[in-house]
Design a binder for this molecule. Sequence first.
Ligand SMILES: [Mg+2]
Ligand SMILES: [Zn+2]
Length: 239
Amino acid sequence: MCGSVVVVWDFDRTIINDDSDRWVITQMGLTPLFNQLRHTMPWTSLMDRMMEELHSQGITANDIAHCLKTLPFHPSLISAIKSAHALGCDLRIISDANSFYIDTILEHHGLSGCFSQVNTNPAFVDKQGRLRITPFHHPTLSPHACPLCPPNMCKGLVIDQIRDSLPENQRRRFIYIGDGTGDYCPTLKLKEGDFVMPRKDYPLWNRICSDPKLVNAKVHGWSNGEELETTLSNLISAN
Ligand SMILES: [Mg+2]
Ligand SMILES: [Zn+2]
């Protein structure tokens, strides 16, 4: 039944209620440095700089992982993800966080096996033990030329790549779930028969409401984990 549905998830403020970058900054006492540098460099470089600071203080990648595991995770999201996966939906993430944060959090909550693909900024621990965060799209080798998106990631381009990678004979219905301005570009890539689930009163929702005619997908808002779970389950079973 659900085999023909691709559910694409944003991560921060969608799968988790918080923002993982902000969580680490706040919990690790980096707010003053973050505020000092936030307007001087692109987001991914800024997060990489934050990791340099932690490394210089002797804080290890394990310590950062531990910090991520303390981040609250709504039980409705766990059941929403597990049941969509159990029904045979193809679940994917497109996120401007990074692979270390996302993998750590998903694994901690037993959700790693539910997603067929995580598209995000690649992170790795270097020889010195410092966590490095690098851009998803290389800014100089492959600029994406999308005016809606930051240089390191155009989520709409990723939606196109996912659609192109699916077998042509099977029409797949997309359900896109997100909250932020970065989720508007992929929303515009959705077609008739697809669904978008914006978090109510967050930037994506406001953007869609400002000119609903631009969006081909049907719009179903949600305000909390319970509503997200119920809405998603209804959309999947109506398919
Ligand atoms: Mg988000
Ligand atoms: Zn874009």
